[in-house]
Each structure stands twice: as structure tokens, then as C-alpha cells.
Design a protein. Structure first.
Length: 540
């Protein structure tokens, strides 16, 4: 038996249009709150949507004030009460919008555990800054990131006029980092993207997927409009007027009968007949075929830089097309091959049956970001080596890849480090991009990760971590200038860094304790990290 649809009975008093709400919130918060920000609040049920008699969307001023009140001023107070009054709130960068913390090429590819560019910029920037009392790097200096990850330090070094060397044990991480700083012939990139897009369209038009999805989307729209009207449903969830678990499961089961009829009608094959790797397990049959078409297109590209950036676009696309729920993109539990109740969007959602939409979206977005970065880049050198930072012969390996950067290091030495080492037993860095290792055939070096998830956080794991980070610093400082500065970003809950400094023959000269406000994980508790500033024990 179907439940009754949900309706809006909110009193229409003291109302603001979306534009008026944007202006009011900007004044209230002391920072720019855009029309898009307000629309997001309405879409996700943070404030209630009200439509007046003329059809104009409005929201209650009281609702908006109540929502933003929890962020203004009180957030700093709450964090300091929980984490200590020594928090450096300047380093929270709370005035920045998400579009600013993911600016230009920083968002070319998802990467769990990266720091925001503003943090790197704060310590690398030598320009006069009212918040800083000291500059640590000058234009033309060389900065090292021995745990390069997605290349945030290298990108910001370029933007600020510094040279940079990255090192990472993961071949895929090096691909991301180098993909961000490389110089491209954007006309060639666009032409190659169009070739692959054409092949995907030909394949789609010769299949039944388009007709199947069109009918499926029509059924979903009608079903969701009836039982999950937006934004009223989400608002009622927030008011605890609906039991989401029971209601969502009930509606999911009702829609599955519609779905299975469509699967039979269009003879859609869902799962691989055999599962030999990550791609076989986490991608539906049609998706897998499209991936192979794009991959074949990439193999035919002759320009190495063009091939590199289009490989990143495909990887980003493939990541978004895994057969999982929208709420489970980061962890992956079980493959999802049927529509499901989505707690993130508050409606019945479906798995993807084609990569084309995301491929085109990310192609367009990547070109836009590369063009933006081209207006900011400086005439400096950046490159990320694949290797173990504990043992890698930096100049020898760099001479084979980027000899001009190797010669520059010989001439003027590395001025220091800005890096975020892996945390003890927290993230499986290879597994988060398992799809990419299968896709490109990269060798996995899980056994060489420092502080890997599988080793846990016990005493043995912590002792091993201390030795490993110290080995990295000792290996790196052979190439340092005399008056070097090392900055390491860590949440040091086990107090390991004083021992690491001692084993590296360095001293911690300062600690900057910063609140981390924009975490992607579901844990929203107050959280902080420390930037340890280390220098040589020997007085220069």
C-alpha cells in the first residue's frame, strides 16, 4: 500500500527571496554567501522552501538565521573549548569557500587526506602578509615534498614562483601530481577528448542502454516526485517527522519490481560472468565496455602530456562510475546493481549504466581548470618522482627524468620541506585508488607504505613509523641548504614527532596547531592538526 505524498504547510511570514537571503546571510556571516549557497541549503533541506502565491521561491528569515547562527562565532568557541585555547584560528581559513580551497588544478582528481592549498601558501609565500611574522622561502627556492600525494605543494610552489620536487611511493599519486603541473597543448587535448567522446557515442547508439535509461529515469522521476518531494521530504527528515530507515526501505522495495521489469524488457546484462580484479567487481558490464573504449583511445595518443591528462580524466570518471551508493564512494562495501534508497539525496537513486555523462563533465571541467592555472603559473620547475623517500637517490633518479631540476638542486640545494606524512594506521593509500592500478597496470607498492592501515596503531606500528619518517628526513637533508626549514603537517596524538626530530638530528622550533573545519569524513567532531617546524640542531 503506497503512503500518502508529503505536502508543505509552513506559515508564510517574514520571508526572503533567494537573492535577498544571499544578501542577508553575507551581512550576517561577514563573508560572501552566494545565491548558489542558498539554493544548496534549500535543495538539501537545511532550510525550508516556501513558494508564494506568484510562484516565487522564498525562505523564512528565522530558519536562515538559525542555520547560520551555529557557524558564526560559536564554532571558534566550541573548537577552542574542546581542543584548547592555543588553536591558531587564522590557519582555519574559515572565510574561504569550497571553490577557493579546490581552486584550478587542485581539483583535477579526488584524493583522500590532502591539505588545502591555502595552508601550503601560508608557509611558502614570501610576500608581505599581515598574519605572518616571518618568511621561510624566497622566490626561486626549491621545496621538497617527500610525501607528495596529489601534488598540492608542487602546484602552490609553481603559483608562488618556487621550484619543487615531489616524491611518492605510489605511481598513481605521481601521475596525479605531475598531471597538475605539466604544460599542455590544450587544442590537442580537446581534439583527443572529442575523438574518444565520438567513439563512446557510437557505442551507446548501437546499444539499448539509452532507451533503457530514459524509461528508468522517467519511472524514477514519477516515483520520487510522489514519495520523496524535494525539498519537503528532507525538511521533514530534519524535523524527525519521518523514520528514514523504515520509509526508505519500504519505497526501495516497491520500486525494485519496476526496475526488474525494465531489465528484462531491454535484456540488460548487469554483472561480469567472472571476477578477476577490481574493475570486474565494481563496474557493470556496459560501463566496463565503455571504459575499454576510452582506454583504447588513450593508448593511441602520441603526445605524452596529452595522454597523461586524459588518463587522469578517465581515472576521475571511472572513480565516479563504480557500482556503489552515493553515500559509500569513499569506503566501498558491496557492489550495487539496482536502484536503492539514497540517504545522501533523500530519494531512490540508481547505479550508473554509462560513463559518458561524467566523461564529458570532467573533460570540460579539466580544460577549464588547466586554462585557469595557465594564467597563474610561473616559469619554475616541478616534478614528482615515484620512489621510496627513505632510500631514493634523488639526484640520480631526477637526472633521468628532469635533468634541469637535478642541476638546479646541485647548484642551490633544497631550501626545505612542506609535506603531510601519512598518519599511523589511518588510510590505505593504494586501495583508495585500486581502480586506477587495474586500469593503467601500475605496480602496487602497498608493502612500502609508511604507517599503513593494515599494521594498525599499536606500539610496534608507532615505533616503525618513527624510524620511517626519520629515515625520510635523513635521506632528504643530504640535499638541503644550510639554513633549511622543514614543515610537517600531522595529527600527532601519540606524540611521535619529538622522537622523530631527535632521530633526524633536528629540533622542533615551533608548532602551529590549526583546526580542520572542512573534513570529508562522516565524523564531524572538532579536529585539529599540528604543523611542526623543524630546523637543524647545528647552529649555522
Amino acid at each position: 500500500m503506497y503512503s500518502e505524498p508529503l505536502f508543505d504547510n509552513t506559515p508564510k511570514t517574514d520571508l526572503l527571496t533567494i537573492k535577498e537571503a544571499s544578501k542577508f546571510a553575507t551581512e550576517f556571516m561577514g563573508r560572501n554567501i552566494t545565491i548558489s549557497n542558498i539554493s544548496y541549503l534549500i535543495q538539501y533541506g537545511r532550510v525550508k522552501k516556501i513558494t508564494d502565491d506568484s510562484g516565487i521561491v522564498k525562505i523564512n528569515k528565522y530558519d536562515l538565521t538559525k542555520y547560520y547562527q551555529s557557524y558564526r562565532d560559536s564554532r571558534e568557541i566550541i573548537y577552542k573549548e574542546e581542543l584548547g585555547s592555543d588553536l591558531n584560528w587564522t590557519l582555519s581559513f574559515d572565510k574561504y569557500k569550497e571553490s577557493e580551497t579546490t581552486k584550478h588544478v587542485h581539483r583535477l582528481h579526488p584524493y583522500k587526506g590532502k591539505f588545502i592549498p591555502q595552508l601550503v601558501e601560508y608557509f611558502l609565500d614570501s610576500r608581505t602578509d599581515s598574519f605572518k611574522t616571518e618568511s621561510y622561502f624566497e622566490s626561486g627556492d626549491i621545496v621538497l615534498d617527500p610525501f607528495s600525494g596529489s601534488g598540492t605543494t608542487m602546484v602552490q610552489a609553481n603559483e608562488l614562483g618556487l621550484n619543487a620536487l615531489g616524491i611518492d611511493i605510489s605511481a598513481f599519486n605521481a601521475l596525479i601530481a605531475n598531471g597538475k603541473v605539466a604544460i599542455y597543448n590544450l587544442i590537442d587535448v580537446e581534439q583527443e577528448l572529442n575523438k574518444i567522446t565520438t567513439q563512446l557515442n557510437i557505442f551507446l547508439n548501437n546499444s539499448s542502454i539509452i532507451e533503457f535509461e530514459n524509461e528508468l529515469l522517467k519511472e524514477l522521476y514519477e516515483f520520487n516526485s510522489l514519495y520523496f518531494p524535494s525539498p519537503d521530504y528532507k525538511y521533514k527528515l530534519r524535523q524527525k517527522q519521518i523514520n528514514e530507515t523504515i520509509y526508505g526501505r519500504e519505497k526501495e522495495e516497491e520500486f525494485l519490481s519496476i526496475y526488474h521489469k525494465l531489465i528484462d524488457k531491454y535484456k540488460i546484462e548487469l554483472q561480469q560472468s567472472s571476477i578477476n580484479n577490481f574493475l570486474d567487481k565494481w563496474y557493470l558490464v556496459h560501463i566496463r565496455k565503455e571504459i575499454n573504449i576510452a582506454l583504447d583511445g588513450i593508448k593511441q595518443i602520441t603526445d605524452s602530456n596529452t595522454k597523461q591528462i586524459i588518463s587522469l580524466i578517465l581515472s576521475r570518471t571511472v572513480r565516479s562510475c563504480r557500482a556503489t551508493t552515493h553515500a559509500d564512494l569513499a569506503t566501498l562495501i558491496n557492489p550495487v546493481i539496482a536502484p536503492y534508497y539514497c540517504s545522501k539525496h533523500g530519494k531512490i537513486c540508481k547505479p550508473l549504466f554509462s560513463i559518458l555523462k561524467w566523461w564529458q563533465t570532467y573533460s570540460k571541467d579539466t580544460l577549464k581548470r588547466l586554462k585557469h592555472f595557465d594564467t597563474l603559473r610561473t616559469n619554475t620547475y616541478q616534478y614528482c618522482l615515484t620512489g621510496d623517500s627513505r632510500t631514493i637517490e634523488i639526484l640520480f633518479e631526477l637526472q633521468k627524468k628532469k635533468s634541469f631540476l637535478a642541476e638546479l638542486i646541485k647548484k642551490q640545494k633544497i631550501k626545505g620541506i612542506f609535506s603531510s606524512p601519512p598518519y599511523v594506521g589511518l588510510i590505505d593509500y593504494h586501495q583508495q585508488h585500486a581502480y586506477a592500478y587495474d586500469l593503467f597496470g601500475f605496480k602496487r607498492n602497498d608493502d612500502l607504505e609508511i604507517g599503513p592501515l593494515f599494521k594498525g596503531q599499536g606500539k610496534a606500528a608507532r615505533d616503525s613509523y618513527i624510524d620511517a619518517i626519520a629515515d625520510v628526513l635523513n635521506n632528504s637533508k643530504r640535499f638541503f641548504a644550510d639554513d633549511y626549514n622543514v614543515f610537517l603537517v600531522a595529527n600527532d596524538k601519540y606524540n611521535l614527532y619529538p622522537t622523530i626530530a631527535k632521530k633526524s638530528d633536528m629540533k622542533i622550533v615551533n608548532e602551529f596547531k590549526r583546526p580542520v573545519l572542512n573534513r570529508t569524513e562522516k565524523d564531524r567532531r572538532a579536529y585539529c592538526e599540528t604543523i611542526f617546524h623543524l630546523k637543524s640542531k647545528v647552529k649555522i
